[in-house]
Design a protein around this ligand. Sequence first.
Ligand SMILES: O=C(O)CCC(=O)C(=O)O
Ligand SMILES: [Fe+2]
Length: 324
Amino acid sequence: MVSQGEIDAFVELGYCAVREAFSPEVARRCRRAVWKHIEQQGITEEDPSTWSRAPKGRLGLAEIFRDSDLGAPWSECWSPRLREAIDQVCGAGKWEPNGCGWWVVTFPEDNAEPWGVRGNWHVDGHGYRHLAQSREVGLVLLMLFSDVGPNGGGTALAPNSHRVVAEKLLRAGADGLAGPALSAATRAAVDLDNPVEARGRAGDVFLLHPFLLHARSKNLSGHVVRFLCHPVLALREPLRLFPRPADPTPVERVALDVLDHLPPPHVLPSPPPPGGDSPRLPPRDNTIAAVMGFDAFARQRSGNLRARKKRKSRRPSRPSSEKR
Ligand SMILES: O=C(O)CCC(=O)C(=O)O
Ligand SMILES: [Fe+2]
């Protein structure tokens, strides 16, 4: 549950925070489980001298943890308070549940001041052409599993960039734009010099509009390892933009507001994608994964997937949007 002020901020700036979405104790148990998991790579919580083994100071885990995977209480992260907040911005019953996955663990860096962005500014969602109504990434979550203080590696957010993305997508109409091209075009058009850091306590969750540009940042905390879980939520149906619905959700309101103020030349409203899915892109190479730091996990992930397949019958399938 978030306040009306938070919802207005989500529409206006492109993000809001659900403080204490789950308890610090749940966060601690989950974080500990991920530490145990990454010990396989010779990196341990107890011995900071091992942290430099993380390539470029961070680790990416493309795995998704659910239920009691690794002996941790993942389902408790999806508390009624968090689910209610997601209902408020996406609409009740309109989003597909997900697990705790797509981890980015950033280790403290020495001599790296001033604080700034380390990764690429981007919108999430690769592998398909983004349309204004695309349902594949309906909401982006930043789930904090460690306390994140000033300059402590909080994800960098570009307030208002979601409006620029909305305009680009509306103008692109039915052709849409591939995720990387959309990110690149938006980077060139927005102010990236004044990012906001997604700071908070373990258990806080940020809700990002799917069009918001964001990036990994330097962790200059000196000693705190930042544990971020960054899942996306797919919507069950494409956004309702044409015709304009009587009861737009906050996610839909952004594109509708931009449409109302779009200077000429105007785009022709494009119909929702047939069957609800956006056009797929040809299978991509690993360039994006390498940029985001997930190349090292490609091989490991196939092993994980084999193990997971055995359990698949009792689980919902992964939304295609998770292939970022
Ligand atoms: O590490 C972060 O703060 C953000 C990473 C991110 O946005 C991503 O991997 O898609
Ligand atoms: Fe991201």
